[in-house]
Write a protein that binds this ligand. Sequence first.
Ligand code: ADP
Ligand code: MG
Length: 372
Amino acid sequence: MSQTNFTSEFSKKSSNVILKDITKIFQQPDTGKDFVAVNHINLEIKDGEMVTLLGPSGCGKTTTLRMVSGFEYPTSGSVLIGGRDVAKVPPNKRGISMVFQSYALFPHMNVWDNVAYGLDVAKVSKEEMIRRTEKVMDMMQLKGMERRFPNQLSGGQQQRVALARAVVIEPSVLLFDEPLSNLDAKLRESMRDDLRALQQRLGITSLYVTHDQSEAMAISDRVVIMKDGNIVQQGTPSEIYEQPVNRFVANFIGKANFIEGVYKGREGTSAVVEIGDDKFVIPKPGVMPDVEAGSSCCLTIRPESIHLSKENGPLMGTIKRATYYGTKIEYEVELHDQSVIVEVYNPQLTERFQTGEKVSLNLIEQCVRVLK
Ligand code: ADP
Ligand code: MG
């Protein structure tokens, strides 16, 4: 996307969004029973911030987004945009723009008319419409495509038109619902970087929905993990990855190993965990929600934070599988009855292990968290 500076004109309009104790209950058409799709959610998206709702299919992401847009109405709770309760404000008066997975372009209109559409509806003057449409076409690298129709564009180009159409009206909030899910992997990565750069340059408050964890990590100031209509955790990408509050979050963001043990108590600020007869002292165990002394717990550790060696150690396992990826080798190691995934980067420089070989698992202590 073009590097021209558009910031000043756009950022003035940006607003924060507050979801206050929002609940959405649907009546299931088949059974007639109530179904809680969104359950007492509280969330603030600060002015200019990009927040992502991340969670498995059906967890309530789209429903939450639609309550911000006004296309869905909360059963209880309120939505504030720029400090104003928007309960009585229809979607087209909320100062929002949406970008969808399906692009939702008008097939019978060319690129120019698709992009200018919102300005036409807003009845801006002809000169202003031309000026603003041209500027956004330039920014989104759509120059020269003005006369093409959507079916004459690639998926990536169509999504750039959809994005241009969304930002041309200078919304105070941008909403995205899985906008990159229809694109192939390589294009998805480059579009997500472009999208993030654009959002930062324009400083538009944005709420983004995806089920793709790497997309969420790459694009967001803050990630909100949802499950069954609830917010399970929110934080910066590194907070979520490094300090997951439970096994669901640890597993949903990246890969995680859970090595079962018994929590014995504290030694200073460290946590002591026994696995079999061996004692592990964990210097940064995290906040350890619901972990009680004398009860079972697990050492949570990422595949890249375990070293393998042939020397004897307290955690001896057997290599079950070794998969070569070029950048890394992924080993599956059987430890007691559990399977532990270990990733070794730079395979050309590191010792390799064969299936059936006995190995010692050395946990990098600083990277271990203790969870229930
Ligand atoms: P997500 O976007 O996270 O995949 P949704 O917000 O679309 O999930 O849906 C959450 C849940 O609410 C799902 O179980 C879905 O079937 C249900 N749901 C969504 N819209 C309706 C509706 N209009 N009527 C009944 N149930 C709905
Ligand atoms: Mg959805």
